[in-house]
Design a binder for this molecule. Structure first.
Ligand code: CTP
Length: 422
């Protein structure tokens, strides 16, 4: 019930479970979804029930479980479950299940449900590396993606037995994160495949002595969300971050501290990037002197004042490097601006001026100062483009916001050759 007394419809999620050893991890995913308030129907395959019993799925979801199309015939479950679902997520999706789904088979309750579902469908594959890399599986994945199904890239690491490589089921929390994005109305088109996206995140730390630094209140959540969603849309992603947050799956993380470290890494990586998203909150100034030992009060070594020197403007240097040919001419450069309105200009006017001053292609403008944005899980604002266009971003999760920013980026990339075609 809402405060006004309306009943909020529980979102209905079908969790399909394929017959692989990773079926046990589906239990954690079911728990994540029920705890977020979803109604969950679990549909295992016959083979999945050799790994995890129906009683476990029934207890976790609170709903009956069946595998075939001939159980509970009067309720026409093989049609009804798919029709009513807001999301179908399959974890693990085995090589066999991908093949049956790609060819439109309807030989059990799960594949029948996949055919009747008109909601987003998210498949999380798990299999041995050879099976994942086999041309037959590649074709099936391409077919499913062309049909609008979202097939997550599997994680890399330890597989059953002694081998390791690509083919591990992504972590339940990472599957749950994409499920939440799709349930919130976000989309995950496979439109950044072959693109190299560089994202910067977090507030830089400018060293004062071995234990102290000058920093800012940026949490890095928005930058990390952009990296996660870009990877889920097929991009090769490098995340240059100073935030104390985990690097999302299928993303290469580069840890930095100071603006100068960030500057060096970003200019190096931009040489072959299709996109650079500068979500990092870069300190404009750093201390002139960095003490080698901790500054102690009463020791006589404490500074009477801290003198500051200006840091390089990384975004401006990227724009200059693009003009000079060190960064490809087609690289899309995206800046961020956290602004407050003042007597001289509104938030948007400040944003427009900054876009013109920096010379980037897109500027994401957030309003700050009213307890919003820093460290929060939701965000809002505007995307301004160099041609004068303006798109308002309704407040929503940082993953949803990431999707909208990447939509604007993808529209600018449209038609340009990819930097590393698969
Ligand atoms: N930025 C950068 N290098 C800097 C400062 C900022 O690359 N030394 C980038 C940020 O990553 C962000 C954009 O520029 O994408 C705008 O950051 P902001 O701090 O708002 O810009 P400033 O030029 O510092 O403007 P202000 O004078 O309003 O602080």
């Amino acid at each position: 019930m809402t405060e006004s007394g309306d009943t909020v419809r529980r979102r209905r999620v079908v969790v399909g479970v394929g017959g692989g050893i990773a079926a046990y991890k589906a239990c954690a995913l079911i728990r994540i979804l029920t705890e977020s308030g979803c109604h969950v129907d679990v549909i295992p395959t016959e083979a999945a029930l050799r790994f995890v019993g129906a009683a476990t799925f029934e207890a976790l979801s609170g709903n009956p479980v069946s595998t075939g199309v001939f159980s509970d015939v009067p309720s026409v479950r093989h049609v009804a479950l798919g029709q009513r679902a807001d999301l179908v997520v399959v974890a693990p999706a085995t090589a066999d299940l991908l093949s049956r789904a790609a060819t439109g088979r309807a030989d059990d309750l799960l594949t029948s449900t996949l055919l009747t579902a008109r909601c987003p469908v998210l498949l999380a594959p798990a299999m041995h590396t050879e099976m994942w890399e086999h041309p037959a599986t590649r074709r099936n994945v391409d077919t499913l993606r062309a049909d609008g199904v979202h097939v997550m890239p599997p994680a890399s690491g330890r597989l059953t037995g002694a081998d390791s490589g690509a083919g591990r089921l992504p972590e339940p929390a990472d599957i749950g994160r994409l499920a939440a994005l799709l349930l919130d109305g976000g989309a995950l088109p496979w439109d950044l495949a072959g693109r190299h996206v560089v994202v910067t995140a977090g507030g830089t730390r400018e060293e004062l002595d071995p234990v102290r630094f000058l920093g800012n209140r940026s949490s890095g959540k928005q930058g990390h969300a952009i990296a996660a969603v870009a990877a889920a849309r097929g991009a090769r992603v490098t995340l240059v971050t100073s935030a104390d947050l985990p690097v999302p799956p299928a993303v290469e993380g580069v840890r930095v501290e100071s603006a100068r470290e960030l500057h060096a890494e970003v200019l190096r990586l931009a040489a072959d990037a299709d996109v650079v998203v500068k979500a990092a909150a870069v300190a404009d100034f750093r201390p002139v002197e960095v003490a080698e030992a901790k500054l102690k009060k009463g020791s006589g070594s404490e500074p009477a004042e801290i003198r500051l020197v200006q840091n390089p403007d990384i975004l401006a240097d990227l724009v200059a490097a693009r003009s000079g040919g060190e960064v490809p001419a087609g690289t899309v450069l995206v800046g961020f601006a956290a602004e407050t309105g003042d007597a001289t200009a509104s938030v948007l006017e400040h944003g427009r001026r900054k876009l013109a001053r920096k010379g980037c292609d897109l500027l994401v403008v957030n309003e700050v100062g009213r307890g919003t944005t820093f460290g929060e899980d939701v965000n809002g604002g505007w995307i301004l483009d160099a041609a004068g266009g303006e798109t308002e971003l309704d407040r929503g999760s940082k993953d949803l916001m990431a999707g909208r920013i990447l939509d604007a980026v993808a529209a600018r990339l449209d038609g340009r050759p990819a930097s590393d075609p698969a």
